[in-house]
Design a protein around this ligand. Structure first.
Ligand code: SAM
Length: 201
């Protein structure tokens, strides 16, 4: 059994206790962070995990469309496969009244929410450098003071379809530009790909 597959424990109480992505719901509960969003949902695998923290509001945003842009569809799924992912998330919506599903580009949906609305936002959408830079700037204002902006794929590599992950340089430039180095935490290199977190103080 790898460390990543070990059963969950209740040891996660603060942000820097998080070692693996599956521990995020425990930490959300311990901090009573209940207004959540995930940007980039696909078939709802991680969304399902976030819902275990019993959020008050869970906003799920995804394009669910093969528009020919690799950053928007880095698994190169066809529209039929994408539609199946969307239907799976809709079924989650039927089971969880807190879940609000938005189908569209992150940049189109962000203006629907007021600044400081969210306790926690998780970005796992367009992993290109440009895509991550855009999402960081779009969603940072939507996090309340004391809340956390976070995301996946903190790793330097190409995905099997040739997309170069730009998460690491984009996040580092962002925290440098906004003087957020002390509020930054990541699970890399223990977890690969890692998860990154920035607390808004
Ligand atoms: C890696 S998958 C998300 C996986 C999911 N977070 C999980 O771990 O279960 C990336 C998703 O982001 C979506 N996406 C990519 N760029 C987007 C954009 N600009 N706006 C909205 N969704 C986007 C894609 O449609 C895809 O479903």
């Amino acid at each position: 059994m790898t460390a990543q597959n070990q059963p969950s424990t209740d040891r996660v109480t603060k942000l820097t206790d998080i070692r693996w992505r599956r521990e995020i719901p425990l930490w959300l509960k311990s901090e009573k962070l209940t207004i959540l969003a995930e940007i980039g949902v696909r078939d709802g695998d991680h969304l399902h995990s976030l819902l275990k923290s019993n959020p008050e509001q869970m906003v799920a945003i995804d394009l669910w469309k093969d528009d020919g842009v690799l950053g928007h569809n880095d698994a190169l799924f066809n529209q039929e496969q994408i539609e199946r992912c969307y239907q799976k998330v809709c079924r989650l919506g039927e089971q969880h009244s807190c879940l609000e599903i938005y189908r569209g580009l992150s940049a189109e949906i962000a203006p629907h929410f007021s600044d400081g609305h969210f306790d926690f936002i998780y970005i796992d959408a367009d992993h290109t450098y440009e895509g991550v830079c855009q999402d960081l700037e779009l969603w940072w204002p939507k996090v309340r003071r004391g809340g956390v902006l976070s995301g996946h794929d903190y790793i330097l590599r190409k995905n099997p379809k040739g997309l170069v992950f730009g998460v690491v340089p984009a996040v580092h430039e962002f925290i440098g530009r906004h003087f957020l180095q002390e509020q930054f935490y990541c699970t890399w290199p223990d977890e690969q790909p890692g998860n990154w977190f920035i607390r808004k103080t």
